[in-house]
Design a protein around this ligand. Structure first.
Ligand code: NAD
Length: 245
């Protein structure tokens, strides 16, 4: 493992453009469970509450669950060591961007500035009628659903629901960076969600070396990944940082 970490650090230092592609796994050590797997959120909740067409017809019912998952349960989550190492990497010039599937805002909270949020962000709420965007912290969620002060429309969390498209700017920036990448670090993603999983695959096809950090194997591990650093994101990134700075 030590040799693989050293080799990864060397590749990152030599790379002229490095991206990190993150999934739910990087936030597990912040206390946010992934959706899938043994302790996944979908064992407790039905994905229907995040399906756009169901939500549009049952907004008030869906908001009960949305509040519980994203504004009660996720509210106390803070960035962990893995998020902070990525922020340090960006600040020191060895990481160009983070492309995240996560909606928890933790990369920004850790200090990263260039973050392409492929699935949006739960810390913002949007009016589907007038497009006004609010900070989630403007609401206390005692009364749900939250409503637009301009037109009374029910606000929707500004992350994508099942059945919605990827935000255009994040999509374009993510694939543009994947094309440029010489190194792509995949952290904590099964690679089962499309089109997000095409981002590291695009980087690979464009010639990037793929470093994967995950305690398990994913759908990237055989076929896409060049170096698998098998372990928890915080522990592996802490080791990597020792050879980077
Ligand atoms: P996933 O839930 O499909 O898989 C999580 C992956 O993380 C697994 O491969 C697992 O082995 C790995 N993992 C678990 N603990 C880890 C650790 N400590 N360090 C590193 N890796 C670890 O995740 P996904 O591929 O991101 O897809 C899930 C979808 O659900 C995404 O689209 C995302 O938008 C959404 N989601 C977001 C959050 C969040 O914002 N934090 C949480 C749950 C789900």
């Amino acid at each position: 493992m030590e040799l693989l970490i050293k080799e990864s650090a060397r590749l990152i230092k030599e790379s002229k453009f490095t991206i990190a592609f993150t999934g739910a796994g990087i936030s597990v050590e912040s206390g946010i469970p992934p959706f899938r797997g043994e302790h996944g959120l979908w064992n407790k909740y039905t994905p229907e509450v995040l399906d756009l067409s169901y939500y549009l017809n049952h907004s008030t019912e869906c908001w009960e669950y949305i509040r519980e998952i994203f504004y009660d349960f996720f509210a106390d989550a803070h960035p962990n060591k893995a998020h902070f190492v990525l922020a340090e990497m960006e600040a020191s010039g060895v990481l160009n961007s983070v492309i995240t599937q996560n909606i928890d805002n933790l990369h920004f909270e850790a200090g990263n500035k260039v973050v392409h949020e492929f699935h949006g962000n739960s810390k913002k709420l949007k009016c589907l009628k007038c497009d006004r965007v609010y900070g989630a912290d403007e609401f206390d969620f005692a009364n749900i659903p939250p409503k637009c002060v301009d037109d009374g429309e029910i606000l929707k969390p500004d992350f994508i629901f099942f059945g919605e498209g990827i935000p255009q700017e994040a999509y374009a920036n993510s694939f543009a960076d994947a094309e440029k990448a010489e190194v792509c670090i995949i952290i904590g993603s099964t690679g089962e969600v499309t089109p997000a999983s095409y981002v590291p695959r695009t980087a690979k096809q464009a010639g990037a070396t793929i470093i994967e950090i995950n305690p398990e194997e994913s759908s990237f591990t055989s076929g896409v990944t060049d170096i698998h650093l098998k372990g928890k994101a915080s522990e592996v990134l802490e080791q990597l940082a020792k050879h980077l700075f």
